[in-house]
Design a protein around this ligand. Sequence first.
Ligand code: C2E
Ligand code: MG
Ligand code: MG
Ligand code: MG
Length: 280
Amino acid sequence: KKAKTLKQPIAFYDQDDDKAQYRELLIINGLPKGLKQNQLFMVFQPKLDIQSGQCQQVEALIRWQHEGLGLISPSEFIPLAEQTGMIDILSTWVLEAVVSQQAKWREKGIYVKVALNLSSTDLDNPNLANDVATKLAQYLVPAECIMIEITESALMVSLEQTIITLNKLRDIGVKIAIDDFGTGHSSLAYLRFLPVDEVKIDKAFLDEFETSTAAKQIVKTSIELAKSLGFEVTVEGVESKSVLETLHAFGVDTIQGDYFAKPATADEFEHIYPQLTHTV
Ligand code: C2E
Ligand code: MG
Ligand code: MG
Ligand code: MG
């Protein structure tokens, strides 16, 4: 009998686990207050259009300057917001922030498309397209000025509802991009049946770019296939001139990455925008 009890799993007290859990708790509990007190803000990463050598689009990325924890990455707090059902209010906040920013930029004569990121649960919301249309109407921003990015894996969560929502979004004139392509399990051949305009190839492939011919070949083939299926193709995470030149040779439409421009606040973006050109 004694031997049996010993086989029971034993939970050891681990201080690091404790700290991580405490941090999670601070993040989860702090989110509503953070939103209310404007601790969250958007930054915008310019994308380079290879053909024109100009920036015609930016991606909106959320940031959180937490009162106690400092700057927290969305990679940390977005999953927690998803798990706790708070992603709805967060995405509503992002939509408001992006569309109102678009209105300000258009007034100043700055015409760029802005892509915003949504989660799989946002696509489960049957009112999403309505909410987007209402927000655009409120600020008199045309739907063509907005893109929605959804990760490849989020797209597959509840495919049927997702397709309905994506079709509604496209009906109002919003373009759709598949984010982090290549990290999920879908193939491009399958994506052609989905209402998608752009494919963003994940930066993970670029990590091995200089050392592995296979990694290069995968990116080359993905770009070619995606383009032949009618998608716009972006590669994200481009950090060097040589990678940019290789991708240009592969026929990519747009690149995004620190080599061209890092994410910038709205004010910073307005400042750098006139000089944002690059000829490959
Ligand atoms: P993502 O949508 O794939 O965004 C691209 C990420 O790559 C951003 O990280 C960006 O800063 C980073 N990046 C861009 N170029 C480079 C580069 O040259 N080198 C490196 N090392 N990184 C680069 P970030 O801003 O930390 O965002 C991480 C992820 O968090 C995003 O990945 C997106 O999935 C999610 N996220 C960000 N903002 C939002 C948001 O407003 N809503 C939702 N639902 N998710 C968001
Ligand atoms: Mg994205
Ligand atoms: Mg991505
Ligand atoms: Mg990502």
